[in-house]
Design a protein around this ligand. Sequence first.
Ligand code: TIU
Length: 235
Amino acid sequence: MALSVPARPYNFVLEPQHAALVVIDMQRDFIEPGGFGAVLGNDVSRLTKIVPTVAALIALFRAHRLPIVHTREAHRPDLSDCPPAKRLRGAPGLRIGDRGAMGRILIAGEPGNQILPELAPLDGEIVIDKPGKGMFWATGLQETLSARSITQLVFAGVTTEVCVQTSMREANDRGYECLLVEDATESYFPEFKAAAIEMIVAQGAIVGWTTPLAALERAFSQAMVRTDKHTGAVA
Ligand code: TIU
């Protein structure tokens, strides 16, 4: 059964049997004080504030037994998947692969590269290590989603205008319908988050739709009441 989710720029028709949640890069290095993001001078407290909302969104998808994809921005320890053009960007001494307070920066397996414990993937959920900002480049994710007949993606995570927006645009070009949960995503720069949301919904959802978590939760609970009426069960 399809659910009509109030959204910008207009209602998003969610088909749960074809939908997955994508949680982008909720890894310690971007979010915890003392990590890579903080060392770069960013105010990570903006990002830590959304953790309970992301946890509630994950709980919603788990409760309805819908697929969840977790991504990490991660490179191989030998950096063979990190182009020099990416590694050489940023302040010297704080480059990908260098040793930081939580181990080597953006390297798979290091402490800082782990997803926050309160949002940790469960067995059976999809975990993608991506060497780029977007989630499709060099990951094989498209094949995984196709095998499960997934055509709609609900997005959360960080940062809104970098890895979330890049992944959403990549997904949009591949034919997925994309819904961003606006209070389950954040940026180090509030004005960039606001601008990214406006860019996504502009021109009649040129990249996708956005909605607050509460609207998505309400759509699911209203659908359950309707289902119960159909089956004669007590709501
Ligand atoms: N996950 C993600 O957005 N990676 C970044 O590099 N974000 C920044 O905002 N730098």
